[in-house]
Design a binder for this molecule. Structure first.
Ligand code: SAH
Length: 340
């Protein structure tokens, strides 16, 4: 077992399983995530016997950095995993802090027609420690402070539910990495049963749904997941989240030329979302290598934005990060073919 798989609750259970005081879980968590130890022998507040047992039961490995590319406000990292697969992580420098965009799977099964990551096919889920270490590498190895986490890299977080939940518990734990709950955003293509399950958790992070179409006919074409989980129940699940969390939900809507950017689409979207406490985030489509779609013109985006606003929908247009270096949303594809 890797130590970065362990939530504080798991560590409490671990200590209890051999009759030790569960409060030691906090000591271990603090040592790893606040004091940045990388070897149990460094936790001198624990007895030698306990340190020895921890070292027998848990390993500390890290990701291997293969390459990185950087522009002024975005860096993209390609990491190697223990089994030879690769994943990508993006660091975005905002004026309010640094955000890390985490991948949750090797490849992705969602097959959204416009998305580069979806062309990869899912190979496997990431283990919790592989998600935690994407953040730790940036925070501890590169020594760059991280204030925000978005689960918007490669993969569908709700198709890797349990590991994603453990990841969230680890990064928000106050005795540990301690990122504010609202500064962690899960983005999902809309796996409705998992949204409902998530909405019933006691503590809720920020949630975004990749919507991209205002009706089932168009969404079925763009996002095959919509055939399994169509819009009406998806919107109900989104409402449940807003009620349980008291927070707004974000709907991401990429603007693809002549496909989902017409005034009619804007009106339909306003009707679909009229009773829900939400933001719409309009994202200019990023042209990718293997898709033939084009971004909407700024005039179209502005018109769409204005129509939503007129209809009482809170709407913003996202500034794109990393578009010039294939590090933008949906352009992560981890297409590295070299040797690790
Ligand atoms: N599977 C999750 C997490 C991935 S987030 C989800 O779908 O939400 C990545 C976001 O980028 C998603 O909203 C996705 O729809 C969007 N995206 C994919 N390709 C894109 C592109 N070429 N330009 C802009 N956004 C894109």
């Amino acid at each position: 077992m890797n130590i970065h798989d362990q939530t504080i609750t798991m560590l409490r259970n671990y200590f209890q399983s051999f009759g030790e005081n569960p409060a030691k879980a906090k000591i271990v968590t603090r040592a790893i995530y606040k004091e940045h130890i990388t070897d149990f022998s460094q936790i001198t507040t624990l007895s030698a016997t306990i340190r020895q047992k921890l070292a027998e039961d848990f390993s500390f490995t890290n990701l291997t950095l293969i390459t990185k590319s950087e522009t002024q406000d975005t860096s993209k990292y390609l990491f190697g995993l223990a089994d030879g697969h690769t994943i990508e992580t993006v660091l975005m420098k905002h004026n309010y802090g640094n955000g890390v965009c985490i991948s949750t799977q090797v490849g992705c099964n969602m097959n959204c027609v416009f998305c580069e990551s979806g062309k990869l096919k899912k190979v496997r889920n990431l283990e919790t420690h592989e998600m935690v270490q994407q953040l730790l590498y940036i925070r501890d190895v590169l020594q760059i402070p991280v204030s925000h986490v978005v689960l918007m890299g490669i993969g569908e977080p709700f198709d890797n539910y349990d590991n994603t939940m453990a990841f969230i518990d680890i990064v928000t734990e106050q005795a540990g990495i301690d990122i504010a709950t609202r500064h962690v955003t899960i983005s999902t293509s809309g796996i409705t049963p998992r949204i409902i399950e998530y909405a019933n958790r006691p503590v809720l992070n920020s949630l975004a749904i990749s919507l991209h179409a205002p009706n089932d006919e168009l969404r079925n074409q763009l996002m095959p997941i919509n055939k399994a989980y169509p819009l009406a129940p998806l919107i109900e699940a989104a409402k449940l989240y807003t009620q349980k969390s008291g927070k707004k939900i974000t709907f991401a809507y990429i603007m693809i030329k002549d496909l989902n950017d017409t005034p009619d689409c804007a009106r339909q979207l306003a009707t679909l979302l009229k009773d829900i406490n939400c933001y719409v985030n309009l994202i200019p489509y990023n042209k990718t290598r293997s898709t033939h779609y084009e971004p909407s013109s700024w005039e179209r985006i502005h018109e769409f934005w204005a129509l939503l606003k007129e209809n009482g929908i809170k709407v913003t247009v996202r500034r794109e990060f990393g578009g010039d270096m294939n590090a933008a949303c949906g352009q992560l594809s981890s297409d590295y073919k070299g040797e690790i």
